[in-house]
Design a protein around this ligand. Structure first.
Ligand code: GL2
Length: 831
């Protein structure tokens, strides 16, 4: 080592010692935490004790930065983004925080010196599954990027006691098990029992006159509960910025308990407590019928009300009078789940803070921005007016008044166009009267965005066509992104190291555009060999783990063809299944001379009440059973359904995939983010022109992407002309043979009825046009197999995929929001 290098490294060591980041400090603190927090010493510690000690040792290192950030934001009166989301699908914290602190390697070494199994400690962490899928995970990626991009931010949501259910597979069927992420304690959160707000429900409203004799409205609720804050620090990568994730837990309001106690109703008081606490008990799975979900509306009001009261409190404490509330805060509505915030902010400003309607409305409209995440009609939230009347009578009044003023404006602009008025109203009047939450969000926000180019265009031309005609400047696109910290550095350390080596720096971790440096090495046989070795190692890891959890043995030399996402008809896992059956039949019939071996890997949860989605899981497992046990074919193909796809298990999948299945019906997937995670890890995509696939294809190059299927326009045309899946079934003998094989009972121990609901639906209705895209898909899969034979070419394409993914970092998305939508500049916190 040169003299200069040596003195540099000792100065780094000194700095690490000073900041507590040295190996020695980590070891000492770990042992201290093990002793003082867990009450254990090394010899008797359980794996969970070790994890807790590691977590506290890491958390201690976040806290200093957190306090510093909070102080700076307060004194600078920094404009702050509040991300309101019913879901935050965070994934395990430990490894991510170590990466963002820049001490993952030091920690590994410290662990080695203490004779600890570092991987086993990471594995101990139960992830907080406070989300369903893409939407919740996007919120988590955005929290990481907000901190990394140094944007002052608070994430507001619900601290569900039970997150998304754990999925087990029993006899091929999905079985839901309750998630118990809090059972062993959560070292990452800090409860704030003093930060507590009352949330009102039920009762009635009444008019009264204030001290100045002005008429005002008052809400007299029939019950009140408290929301209590639980804070989790979110550290950015390589920066001092720590933002706050504040999740609300429901508790019985003390004053209410006392009332019951005073009249001697002890059990009544206890009952009220239990009732109150159910509000933050459980996350609702999506894709379920909306009917009867009163608790869901209660949850929405609960977290929105707590969050807005908290923002107002912060504003009054730091900035002062509420007049410039909208200068201090921007609030992003993550889908319509928090759209009630529009009415709640109006209520708080008028009823609690004495503002006029006009002033409150102006502030409300300047505060909120709304992101739409879906065009699927069944996912667009509406709430019955009757339910609102009973639960939120004051909000209903306010929504009526917003609507009255808004529709007056429409009538002025579009004289005599009552049809337009009916279409744009916040209240749907056909059948039972219902409140359209998306319309409330659009009217109450200054900006509305979709989540990919195609999606944002469809938002403007279909769902919000009338609104776009009225306020074209309101509509934006911000294409989604994902964080390269979690989805590359944490999940795929081998690849991360190789990229760093090849680029000569690790700046790409904070500026993903810089992975483009790989492009010029794509032809290098040296890089190609290392690239292949990295992929193979990840496939071996996955193989070993899948064998352990499912019993299925894969061949790491086979092409790993992966579809991992929520199970839904529009995502078309059954199209993938038909291709597997096609391969099976061709192998059985000896039609394939030199087949390319494939491992078909699936992961994903179905909503508990979504029958067809659950039947698709059963079908995949049924096919797996036949294929994997048939010696005639199982040398060339294997099928496996990985149970319990979540952030943690996903991290095992992305690095190991060769082929990423993004095969939704065009126009249905708003963006997709799994498509980005796979591509960042060097998988090639087979996909339709849907969601962000379009942009991914443009970025990586058409020649490095396997495109098939109808466009969104084709789909529309076909729907208009009348789609008849029956014709496809009879017109394509292979397709017919594949569906008939399912019906023959081959995959169901002779039961010819089991999969009928699925096959009948395909042949007779096929709402997501699986049959129309079948032929194109099969042909495209043949091109994939051919391409895979030429490994050198494949690896080159894989390198180019990664090299060109810079745009899909969530840092880019956050910078776009900050600049074009929120108007918030970075506030750097010095380390
Ligand atoms: C979703 C979309 O379906 C998905 O395509 C998109 O990537 C994410 C994030 O924008 O949002 N919309 C939705 O309701 N869920 C999604 O995952 N649950």
């Amino acid at each position: 080592m040169s003299k200069a290098k040596a003195s540099e490294s000792t100065s780094v060591e000194r700095e690490h010692t000073r900041t507590g980041m040295s190996k020695a400090a980590l070891k000492q603190d770990f042992l201290d935490n093990l002793f003082y927090i867990q009450g254990r010493f090394r010899e008797v510690a359980t794996p969970h004790d070790l994890y807790m000690a590691a977590a506290f040792t890491t958390r201690d290192r976040l806290l200093k930065r957190w306090v510093k950030s909070a102080q700076a934001f307060k004194t600078l009166h920094a404009r702050t983004l509040c991300y309101l989301s019913a879901e935050f699908l965070l994934g395990p914290h430990l490894a991510n925080n170590l990466v963002n602190l820049g001490i993952i390697e030091t920690s590994q070494e410290a662990g080695q010196e203490l004779d600890l199994d570092f991987e086993a400690i990471l594995e101990e962490e139960e992830e907080p599954g406070l989300g369903n899928g893409g939407l919740g995970r996007l919120a988590a990626c955005f929290m990481d990027s907000l901190s990394t991009c140094q944007i002052p931010a608070i994430g507001y949501g619900i601290r569900y006691e039970f997150g998304i259910f754990d999925q087990a597979i029993e006899d091929g069927w999905q079985v839901e098990k309750s998630d118990t992420w809090l059972r062993n304690g959560n070292p990452w959160e800090i409860p704030r029992p003093k930060i507590r707000f009352p949330v009102l429900y039920g009762g009635h409203t009444e008019q009264y006159r204030d001290q100045n004799g002005e008429p005002r409205m008052r809400w007299v609720p029939s019950w009140v509960i408290d929301g209590v804050a639980y804070d989790t620090p979110i550290l950015g990568y390589g920066v001092g910025n720590v933002n706050l994730l504040r999740l609300w837990k429901a508790e019985a309001s003390e004053s209410f308990d006392f009332q019951a106690f005073n009249v001697g109703d002890y059990y009544g008081a206890v009952h009220a407590k239990i009732e109150a606490e159910t509000i933050s008990k459980v996350l609702y799975p999506n894709d379920e019928p909306e009917a009867g979900k009163e608790l869901r509306l209660k949850q929405q009001h609960f977290f929105v009300s707590c969050s807005l009261q908290d923002m107002i409190r912060l504003h009054l404490n730091t900035v002062g009078p509420l007049d410039d509330f909208a200068d201090k805060f921007a609030a992003q509505l993550n889908d319509t789940h928090p759209a009630l915030a529009v009415a709640e902010l109006m209520r708080l400003l008028m009823d609690d803070h004495g503002m006029t309607w006009d002033r409150s409305w102006e502030m409300t409209q300047r505060t909120f921005c709304y992101t739409n995440h879906t065009l699927l009609p069944e996912a667009l939230e509406t709430w019955s007016v009757t339910l609102f009347e009973r639960l939120l009578p004051r909000h209903l009044e306010i929504i009526y008044e917003i609507n009255r003023r808004f529709l007056d404006e429409i009538r002025m602009r579009f004289l005599g166009d009552e049809d337009r008025v009916r279409r744009m109203s916040l209240i749907a009047e056909d059948g039972e009267r219902r409140i359209r939450m998306a319309h409330l969000a659009v009217v109450g926000s200054k900006a509305v965005n979709g989540v990919a180019k195609l999606h944002s265009e469809l938002v403007k031309s279909t769902l919000f066509k009338d609104f776009n005609a009225l306020w074209p400047e309101k509509f934006h696109n911000v294409t989604n992104g994902v964080t390269p910290r979690r989805f590359m550095v944490v999940s795929n350390p081998r690849l991360a190291r190789l990229i760093t080596e090849c680029c000569g720096h690790d700046d790409w971790i904070r500026d993903l555009d810089r992975v483009r440096a790989l492009e010029s090495h794509a032809e290098s046989s040296d890089l190609q060999a290392q690239w292949k070795a990295v992929k193979l190692a990840a496939k071996r890891d996955l193989t070993e783990w899948l064998k352990h959890v499912t019993g299925v043995q894969l061949d790491p030399a086979a092409m790993f063809d992966v579809q991992a996402k929520r199970i839904h008809e529009y995502k078309r896992q059954h199209l993938n299944a038909l291709h597997i059956i096609r391969c099976y039949q061709e192998l059985k019939q000896g039609l394939l001379k030199d087949p390319v071996p494939r491992a078909f890997i699936f992961g994903g949860k179905a909503a508990p009440a979504y029958f067809l989605a659950k039947l698709i899981i059963k079908l995949i497992n049924a096919i797996a059973e036949v294929v994997n046990n048939d010696p005639e074919v199982n040398g060339f193909m294997r099928v496996v359904f990985m149970p319990d796809f979540n952030v943690k298990t996903g991290q095992r999948l992305y690095p190991a995939a060769d082929l990423s299945e993004q095969i939704s019906l065009a126009g249905k997937e708003a963006s997709g983010t799994g498509n980005m995670k796979f591509s960042m890890n060097g998988a090639l995509t087979i996909g339709t022109l849907d969601g962000a696939n379009l942009e991914i294809r443009e970025a990586v190059g058409k020649e490095n992407f396997f495109l098939f299927g109808m466009t969104a326009e084709d789909v529309l045309e076909k729907q208009i002309e009348g789609y008849r899946p029956w014709d496809y079934y009879h017109g394509d003998h292979e397709l017919k043979a594949d569906i008939d094989l399912i019906n023959s009972g081959l995959f169901s121990h002779g039961d010819t009825k089991l999969f009928r609901p699925l096959t009948d639906d395909l042949i007779n209705h096929d709402p997501f046009m699986v049959l129309a895209d079948y032929r194109a898909y099969i042909e495209c899969q043949q091109r994939v197999s051919e391409a895979y034979r030429d490994q050198q070419h494949w690896v080159r394409m894989s390198i180019l995929n990664v090299a060109r993914m810079g745009y899909f970092s969530s840092d880019r998305a956050i910078r776009e929001y900050a600049k074009n939508i929120w108007g918030i500049a970075p506030t750097p916190i010095d380390l």
